[in-house]
Design a protein around this ligand. Structure first.
Ligand SMILES: [Zn+2]
Length: 91
């Protein structure tokens, strides 16, 4: 079942799909995801490896590809890194 969700959500190979919440009343789907290799963090702006800074504000949601009239959200941890060029940013 998760394989079908991965395809519908358009997730790449580097993303692990942990679970999917479907809210039929609100017509939303929340996919809980994480990167495959969470140890190596990269700057969210330039993509360079950067040392970890903190856990940020915890879990965060991004709008995914909607499924017809159903709104899709991707939810994941959003730790921050200290990039040499961009300062403290979300990984
Ligand atoms: Zn950077």
């Amino acid at each position: 079942v998760l394989r079908i969700w991965r395809m519908l959500l358009g997730l790449c190979d580097r993303t692990v799909l942990e679970r999917v919440e479907v809210d039929g009343n609100a017509e939303t789907v929340v996919a809980h995801v994480r990167p495959k290799r969470p140890k190596k963090r990269r700057c969210g702006r330039c993509g360079r490896l950067a040392p970890g800074y903190d856990a940020g504000d915890g879990r965060r949601r991004w709008r995914g590809l909607d499924l017809g009239t159903v709104r899709v959200w991707l939810e994941a941890d959003a730790p921050r890194v200290a990039c040499r060029e961009h300062g403290v940013v979300v990984a």
